[in-house]
Design a protein around this ligand. Sequence first.
Ligand code: AP5
Ligand code: MG
Ligand code: ZN
Length: 213
Amino acid sequence: MIWLLFGAPGSGKGTQSKNIQAEFGFGHLSTGDMFRKNIKEGTALGKKAQEFMKDGNLVPDEVVIGMVGEELSAEKPCILDGFPRTLPQGEGLSNLLDEKSLALGGVIYLEVPHSDLMNRLTGRRVCKKCGEVYHIDFKPTTKEGVCDVCEGEVIHRNDDKPEVIENRLSVFLNQTEPLLKYYKDKGVLYKIDGVGESSEVFSRVEEILRKNH
Ligand code: AP5
Ligand code: MG
Ligand code: ZN
């Protein structure tokens, strides 16, 4: 079974995915993380993705759908984080689920007001080695610049600059938000308040997963 974590940049998809993985043992596929891994490894896919990601634009649908199609499997329940992000990607995912005989558990939408997102993203720091997500105010590392989990280097993502963030947020409004109606019409949309302590947000996510698991 596949669950989608849906939300604007900075809404907490990565943070809540980690919580779901830890509590429920689900797999986690983040298209953003997959692209960043490819960029780091210098693959052709990474080079292509970088052209779009550096300015906060979306990587073309066929590239993303192809990449997800190679990774999706029926092995265990899995969370998709950051995919789909356009209506064609939504259709692409429906086709992939049919081909692989996978069910969609539901779409959890982390709703966070626009005014909170900029601060969450400019203050975010991530571990270069293990991917743990921090925030300079809301979840600081114990030792500055060093990951609490693995002692790796904690860095600022290079699309977390104010001008790139602005574009990512407007791309979300224009290209991604229309998917809300698409999933609402299918009767699988669960909207939750994404504001509050990360643990409070997780208890809202957990309630939905326990009822529908
Ligand atoms: P991606 O990596 O998916 O980035 P995003 O969607 O912009 O989302 P983020 O990872 O920035 O935020 P998040 O929701 O995971 O929040 P997080 O938990 O980190 O995509 C990057 C790029 O890749 C795209 O711009 C595009 O170019 C490309 N791409 C990816 N997928 C694609 C697709 N399907 N199609 C085309 N292109 C694609 O939290 C953010 C911060 O807030 C952290 O510091 C965290 O500590 C803090 N925080 C979390 N929860 C709380 C809370 N409750 N209270 C206070 N702070 C909190
Ligand atoms: Mg993320
Ligand atoms: Zn780490």
